[in-house]
Write a protein that binds this ligand. Structure first.
Ligand code: ATP
Ligand code: LTN
Length: 330
């Protein structure tokens, strides 16, 4: 790789990506390709920290890979690979498990939320999830990790783990920083704008996926929960519904909140929701046609997965060897 800084991120194939994933993370990845050496990963080993159906997971792994390429991630410029095809990840995860504290993992809010929702029979993997994520990042000596705001705590933990390892043994890992785009770092549910939009929400009207057709997108926005009052004003505390729609609209056209408020002065909620829906649908249309072409060409996808996984493994193994040596593992 060149002298450019390294950007690393990943996404779970736990469902079709939502506009939260897109505006919060993936759209930034596409832009970062111009200035960074980028690696992007379909994190299928992270997805099995909650129960999955094997055939579905296999299918969604392919679809997620194709979706990433359809958004504009170029497998010739960036490294785009599937996590399970690079065995170095799970091995470094084990080494890092032996320098991570139970207390640190117990404080992770994603673990607390997901384990609470699941109730009983919580997997050890769900608890260990942030250590595997740290291994992903540290293997490639990443400088920045472009993610949505919900992942900030995990990236900070990764940094703590790396720092402790470096101080205990010898400098081994680059300390990464989380990176957020100007807008979209926390897109909220359309049905409960106090919660984040999530691709595994049981209410299908709560999220818009990248593959929803135009009518579905517009229908979901028309049904979006709004607030009392009638003005289109950004006020997260008192108008979480309208603020979320303003945020989403700004992601489609880079307009500021102020510009959007001016554009919709005197306009009713209904008309505003329609405008947001249309703008998102326009954004998704091109991506969807590219996605369909890619998915029809399975051979191409398999070939890119293979080439990219080999390249990723050849970078990762260097860091892994270093970490093994530091620990005295023969
Ligand atoms: P799941 O619902 O299955 O837990 P998820 O929808 O939260 O998954 P991930 O695969 O965990 O998605 O996340 C991929 C990327 O998308 C991460 O960088 C994450 O921060 C970002 N992201 C996810 N949801 C949102 C959101 N609502 N707003 C902004 N960014 C988001
Ligand atoms: N936990 C992340 C997905 C993920 C990730 C990573 C993100 C797995 N490994 C490495 C950045 C860097 C999530 O978005 N839920």
């Amino acid at each position: 790789m060149s002298e450019r800084k390294i950007a690393y991120s990943a996404i779970q194939p736990s469902g079709v990506f939502t506009i939260g994933n897109y505006y919060g993370a993936v759209k930034n990845w596409v832009k970062l390709q111009q200035d960074f050496d980028c690696l992007f990963c379909v994190a299928n080993l992270h997805a099995i920290t909650v129960p999955q159906v094997a055939a579905e997971l296999r299918k969604r792994t392919f679809e997620s890979y194709a979706l990433l390429l359809a958004t504009g991630i170029d497998p010739e410029t960036s490294l785009v690979y599937v996590q399970s095809q690079v065995p170095a990840h799970t091995e470094l995860c084990w080494l890092l498990n032996c320098t991570t504290y139970m207390g640190e993992l117990s404080r992770m809010t994603q673990y607390k939320d997901k384990s609470q929702r699941q109730g009983k029979n919580i997997r050890v993997g769900l608890f260990d999830y942030p250590v595997l994520m740290a291994a992903d990042i540290l293997l490639y000596q990443a400088n920045i990790v472009p993610v949505g705001e919900d992942q900030k705590q995990h990236v900070e933990l990764c940094r703590d783990i790396a720092e402790r390892f470096n101080n205990t043994y010898a400098p081994t890992f680059t300390l990464p920083e989380p990176y957020f785009g100007l807008s979209g770092k926390k897109v909220k549910s359309l049905q409960d704008p106090t919660k984040k939009m999530s691709k595994s929400d049981s209410n299908l009207n709560a999220f818009v996926t990248l593959l929803d057709d135009r009518d579905t997108v517009i229908r979901k926005f028309k049904r979006a929960v709004t607030d009392s009052g009638s003005e289109i004003i950004y006020d997260e505390e008192n108008k979480p519904g309208i603020s979320n729609l303003i945020e989403i609209y700004s992601c489609t056209n880079d307009k500021t909140y102020l510009e959007i408020e001016k554009e919709f002065e005197g306009v009713g909620y209904g008309q505003f929701k329609l405008a947001v829906g249309e703008s998102v649908a326009d954004d998704l249309a091109k991506l969807q046609s590219r996605y369909n072409e890619l998915l029809a060409n399975k051979d191409y996808l398999e070939e890119q997965m293979k080439i990219n996984a080999e390249k990723a493994q050849s970078i990762a193994i260097k860091t892994l060897r270093k970490a093994r040596r530091r620990l005295g593992i023969i």
